[in-house]
Ligand binder design. Structure first.
Ligand code: IMP
Length: 195
């Protein structure tokens, strides 16, 4: 099935294409749609429903939308749904590396370094057939980034069981373990049952 992904993030397209095997994953730019949805929700679920609904209204075709981020209990759950713009101020948005430095700066001297990624993914087949799955990946924040793979906060999140940061995982390994991979796998099972 052709699935239109409600993102302009090329990394998400690559990750999802590796999980939703047998489906053709397209991003709005691939079919000449300009997509920019304001994330005004107060939860990952609300934002993923907002993104799915607004892309569906433009494309009238099956869409997948995700909203994701990293939550740090020692920072009262920050940055959470604001992960993409964490540390940015009006007129100046931080690059991923700068955002990682900003987060690690906030965590200087903090002993509780637990963190977890969250991904809520919504599949909208039509206005009345909507499925959401939300998953997590738990880790701990390092003192300095490590690894070259992945994107965003991957280099600062260490997975104790794997002995690696998320940025040191192979693509397949990340898909198997990650918040996004597990949410997409749940939707993939739903898709298999709806065709
Ligand atoms: P979204 O595009 O609104 O879902 O923004 C999610 C933001 O959370 C991204 O820009 C990243 O900063 C962060 N994020 C979400 N998932 C991941 C991941 O798998 N690795 C690293 N950072 C992530």
């Amino acid at each position: 099935m052709k699935l239109l992904l409600a993102t302009n993030n090329a990394h998400k397209k690559i990750e999802l294409s590796g999980i939703l095997v047998g489906h053709e994953i397209l991003v709005p730019g691939d079919i000449g749609i300009e997509f920019d949805c304001e994330e005004t929700g107060t939860s990952f679920l609300e934002n993923s429903l907002l993104k799915a609904g607004s892309l569906f209204a433009l494309a009238h075709a099956p869409v997948i939308a995700d909203d994701s981020g990293i939550c740090v209990p020692a920072l009262n759950g920050e940055p959470g749904i604001f992960s993409a713009r964490y540390g940015s101020v009006e007129g100046h948005s931080l690059e991923a590396g700068e955002r990682n430095d900003y987060l690690l700066g906030k965590m200087r001297g903090v002993r509780d370094r637990r963190c977890f990624f969250v991904c809520c993914m919504t599949l909208m087949l039509d206005e009345h057939r909507v499925f959401s799955a939300q998953e997590t990946l738990e880790g701990v924040l390092l003192e300095a980034p490590r690894g070259k793979g992945g994107f965003g906060y991957d280099p600062v999140v260490y997975l104790e069981r794997e002995g690696k940061t998320v940025a040191e995982l192979g693509a397949e390994e990340k898909n198997r373990l990650s918040h996004r991979g597990k949410a997409a796998a749940a939707l993939s099972r739903i898709l298999a049952g709806t065709q």
